[in-house]
Design a protein around this ligand. Structure first.
Ligand SMILES: [Zn+2]
Length: 432
């Protein structure tokens, strides 16, 4: 049930002591080895000795993705390159990518955290893990890979893409666990159906999906179509990669590995902490990383802190499943809209496939939102009247959920482009 019970179930008081000790060491490491941090601390008159309790975390300055870009490629590293054994980077769509480095100890910690995460998500050493996260500069593939090997499971390093081969291997090798993005899991299910392969012919029983926000309805859809139990895993390359947090079998929020990361949820505008239960931006401080310590890193991911203990016995703090990213948040006529809200409505209403596209445009001074969604096969061959009714229902439901007027365009099944990694859900023509 646990990979490392001592840490995963550590009494809260003891965990807090460990966190403070590690925070102080991290702050020192950053201050004395990274000119960026030294300058940022000095600019607000803070030095490592000022961190006397966990509450003092709030005195420290934030770190952003832009800071990593400004110090491209290795300027944020706290160790000489001779100690860096691995380099990953994120695929920035604009500007320079962010580059992250790992010492041998960092890689060791990452493998430990991923082993914990896999066990927490329901995997054992007897599983055959089909790892369809991309291998390469992206942290997903190798992150899961090292954790699976640490756990002692059999890992298939298949990487993303080549969907038909994925399904053949899944069937022939008897893969029991699938790891990939949720949108790719759904695509796999669809191609499987086209190939006439039913979930009953597979040994697949569990899926660990992440690297993009996905809704509770999307989970149910994937579980139904693949005949598995699906959990959400969270991580980002700037902090370590996958393995920052994961859901347990309760599927009631993600446990964050608190002996290695401190989390806060803040209002992205005022930058002040928000109370548990309230949505805000997740901020993470690494507690053990050597090559790239991050202090109060602004993840741009939207979540909330959950109160109360979890029946699985882990004492770590939990965060809610992610609503989206501050980057994904669209402001349409002054209203905040997340693609995940649209996804939730579509899946709840039925009659459509979970493949959709939000097109935001501006006509004159007015923003417009069009939701393109695929109609399910059975309905598409139906009478025009059925489609008109579906469209009307979707417009009503979306408008009442989002609070703005929406145009719904129903399109033929399989006409919206599929992704093998992170799905593209929004086209904002206002920026072009
Ligand atoms: Zn739990």
């Amino acid at each position: 049930m646990y990979w490392n019970e001592r840490y995963e179930c550590m009494p809260e008081e003891e965990l807090r002591e460990l966190q403070l000790e590690r925070l102080q060491a991290t702050v020192k490491r950053a201050f004395f080895n990274v000119p960026f941090y030294r300058k940022a601390f000095q600019a607000i008159g803070i030095e490592p000795g000022d961190i006397k309790s966990l509450d003092d975390l709030q005195k420290l300055p934030f770190t952003t993705k832009q800071d990593l870009r400004d110090n491209y490629p290795f300027g944020m590293f706290a160790v000489p390159m001779s100690e860096v054994v691995r380099i990953h980077s994120s695929s920035g769509t604009t500007g320079k990518p962010t580059v992250v480095g790992y010492t041998r100890h960092d890689i060791d910690v990452w493998a430990e955290l991923m082993a914990r995460a896999l066990v927490c998500g329901g995997t054992t050493r007897h599983d055959i893990i089909q790892n369809a996260y991309g291998y390469g500069l992206f942290t997903g593939g190798l992150g899961i890979h090292y954790g699976a090997e640490r756990l002692g499971a059999s890992v298939i390093p298949i990487s993303g893409g080549n969907t038909k081969r994925q399904i053949m291997i899944m069937k022939d090798y008897g893969s029991t666990v699938l790891t990939c993005t949720p949108s790719y899991a759904l695509h796999l299910a669809e191609v499987m159906a086209e190939m006439g392969v039913s979930p009953g012919e597979l040994k697949l029983r569990c899926g660990i999906f992440g690297a993009e926000p996905w809704s509770e309805n999307m989970r149910q859809e994937i579980e139904k179509r693949l005949g598995i139990s699906a959990v959400d895993i969270y991580g980002l390359s700037e902090v370590i990669g996958p393995g920052v947090g994961i859901e347990c079998q309760e599927k009631n929020g993600l446990h964050v590995f608190g002996d290695h990361f401190l989390v806060e949820v803040i209002d992205p505008v005022t930058e002040k902490s928000v109370p548990p239960g309230q949505l805000g931006e997740l901020v993470i401080t690494s507690l053990t990383k050597e090559a790239l310590p991050v202090i109060r890193y602004r993840t741009r991911d939207i979540t909330s802190l959950l109160l109360g203990t979890c029946s699985c016995g882990r004492t770590y703090v939990r965060v809610a499943r992610f609503t989206g990213r501050t980057d994904d948040m669209l402001i349409i006529r002054g209203v905040n809209v997340f693609p995940s809200q649209v996804e939730s409505v579509l899946l709840e209403m039925g009659g459509t496939e979970p493949h959709y596209l939000l097109i935001v445009d501006r006509q004159g001074a007015l923003d417009t939102l069009e939701v393109k969604v695929e109609v399910s096969d059975s309905l598409f061959s139906d009478k025009v009247r059925g489609l008109e009714e579906l469209e009307k229902r979707l417009v009503n439901e979306l408008e009442s959920t989002l609070g703005i007027s929406v145009k719904v365009t129903l399109v033929e099944p399989k006409t919206i482009e599929r992704s093998e990694g992170k799905a593209v859900r929004v086209i904002d023509k206002r920026k072009i």
